[in-house]
Design a protein. Sequence first.
Length: 199
Amino acid sequence: MKASADRVVRWWHMLVPGRGSVARPSDRFQAGLFLGAVLVAVAAVPFAAAAGSELYGTQKPVSVEQVAQRSPAKAVLLADGPAATVSGRSGVVANSAPTDAAWPAPDGSRRVGKVAADEGTRRGEQVSIWVDRAGNPVPPPLSAAAVLVDAVCAAVGLWAAVCLLLAVVCGGVVFALDRHRMAEWQREWDAEQEKRTHP
């Protein structure tokens, strides 16, 4: 326990030099910059979480509505799907194209129209689709899992963007401080050499 406390104290003195240390003003400024960046990164967590929560709250009703109004169906192709295409670099390329098909509507009636069929599919094969209450083909509904994943990714992405911005700012400032310190050290070294050469 004491060793852990001593380690924390050592890290603290490395991060924030005391008044009696040999740290220069630039060192103190850099330490303050790092400490400020850490505090901003920590403070950004609840804001990122709030943004993710807001996105979740916005998309959740959309997901519930789409899940309630859309249903899966099996469409039977009335024609062959698109022919396979070949790329010179990677070989066969998987494509899909609108193809004539028939499928049952939620009310039991038969619908005929175009559905996306993968290349190589043949007439008579079944294709999984989603339809609305009128039986029209629609994209798959936004699932609850997708809503949650989107919200978490948005929160994490926002926080990561803040941290990246802080890292870029700190890196630029430290680079400038290092150049300043190197110039100071060079001036001090030249002054010391001048004293030794001309006492």
